[in-house]
Write a protein that binds this ligand. Structure first.
Ligand SMILES: Cc1cc2nc3c(=O)[nH]c(=O)nc-3n(C[C@H](O)[C@H](O)[C@H](O)COP(=O)(O)OP(=O)(O)OC[C@H]3O[C@@H](n4cnc5c(N)ncnc54)[C@H](O)[C@@H]3O)c2cc1C
Length: 92
């Protein structure tokens, strides 16, 4: 029988733990420093507040993807970006 190796984790305080399996659960914090410089309105979670087309509170400024706070996957970010791009096109 093959015994799986345990995962060892040593914390900053020196305590060590062993696990059979380790899964990461990365939190998502939108990086909105660029948006803050543009003075767009942020939502309660710190993400850029957008309308249905991705338009922010600033004229002609659109946002899509994780910066706009949607629990995101690549396809969702791309879809939002496509909607925003179409909206920009409609303004031309
Ligand atoms: C570990 C991990 C695994 C994942 N696995 C999957 C998966 O299997 N499938 C899936 O669909 N999704 C996965 N995701 C989620 C996916 O990566 C994101 O949903 C997707 O990348 C969001 O795209 P985005 O364009 O909104 O943001 P990002 O891909 O993060 O792009 C934002 C870009 O803007 C740049 N940027 C930020 N601030 C500034 C600034 N001030 N000036 C200039 N540039 C700036 C950043 O450097 C970055 O390049 C995973 C995410 C993580 C963290």
């Amino acid at each position: 029988m093959t015994r799986h190796k345990a995962v060892s984790v040593t914390c900053d305080d020196g305590r060590a733990y062993e696990f059979d399996l380790l899964l990461s659960a990365a939190d998502e914090l939108p990086r909105t420093s660029l948006a803050k410089g543009l003075a767009v309105r942020l939502g309660a979670n710190g993400a850029i507040a957008i309308g249905p087309t991705g338009l922010t509170s600033a004229d002609n400024v659109y946002a899509a993807g994780e910066v706009a706070g949607v629990p995101c996957q690549i396809d969702i970010a791309i879809g939002q970006a496509a909607v925003a791009a179409a909206a920009v096109h409609d303004t031309l």
